[in-house]
Design a protein around this ligand. Sequence first.
Ligand SMILES: Cc1ncc(C[n+]2csc(CCOP(=O)(O)OP(=O)(O)O)c2C)c(N)n1
Ligand SMILES: [Mg+2]
Length: 337
Amino acid sequence: MVQSEASKSANGEASISETEHVRWLHMYEQMLKIRVFEEHVNILYTTAKMPGLAHLYIGEEAIAVGVCEALRRDDYITSTHRGHGHCLAKGASVDLMYAELLGKEAGYCKGKGGSMHIADQSTGNLGANAIVAGSTGIATGAAFSSKMRGTDQVTVCFFGDGALGQGLLYEVMNMASLWKLPVIYVCENNLYNEYTHYSETTAGDMSGRAKAFGILTEEVDGQDVRVVYATAQRLVERARQGEGPAFLLCNTYRYHGHHVGDIQRSYYRSKEEEEQWKTERDPLKLLVAWMTEQQMLDAATLEQIEQRVRTEIEVGVEFGLNAPYPERNEVDQDVYA
Ligand SMILES: Cc1ncc(C[n+]2csc(CCOP(=O)(O)OP(=O)(O)O)c2C)c(N)n1
Ligand SMILES: [Mg+2]
């Protein structure tokens, strides 16, 4: 992971170091990769090339990227039904992800898991999970394991605001606090649980639920990757030093429907609300604006990054489409049901 702080220029003003510059460019590229990856997932679904369905993360990219940038490769994450962004931010291969989504043998789960079950042990990704809050037990167990094994690995547990309605989360937060486990609970509050605004399902203060267990809490603007990254870095280092768990509440918004088929959304949220987030609070636009202001980004660099990302994604889509399906006689292999 890249590490450095703002240095002082000759005239004494804080300036962006070369290392930081590289890191911000990388973070922008990662966010764009998630967005373009998912735009193509949407195309694959609407053109009936992809079986099953998918929950798009577009709009929330700054959280996965800001948090995963603060992690080492051997740190762990667990993810959710809306998990492509987490997987890619932790370093998953675009090719193998498309192969999985398209049901192909080369995919992360040999094509048998699909969008909601991608796991990638090589990058410390213990898996997406279709059960709301299901990954909270796995993440806490992984953190317990790191502690027992005496490693300094940290686990990040991503989940949506809907998971705050699940009892398991409270059992594991209790344990994590008592045993000072190196786990960060990252709650992505995108305002909705499926088609219901969180205010109709979630009483009281979200962070207060973690505070009740004596867990350190932070609340950030999930559209601003700079604040997500800075806060995650602090919480991760603290956990690595044995100072225990934290709860990071990130306020965000999903641009698309709950899943790719949810296209008539006016009965639960307005077009104006969607437009406002897209125009005023878009995480990519916010980062580009700041980097441009800091003279870290010009039109030519933006174009180069865009080209690189689009090529990687197009190659990945082709790879997935052309890859073979598993053999028929493998249908009952590697499945547990
Ligand atoms: C235990 C359980 N109950 C219900 C569902 C159906 N379900 C799938 S996603 C979802 C809403 C999740 O909302 P949130 O946690 O806020 O995540 P988001 O989709 O907003 O990212 C529900 C209720 C499920 N998958 N698991
Ligand atoms: Mg939600």
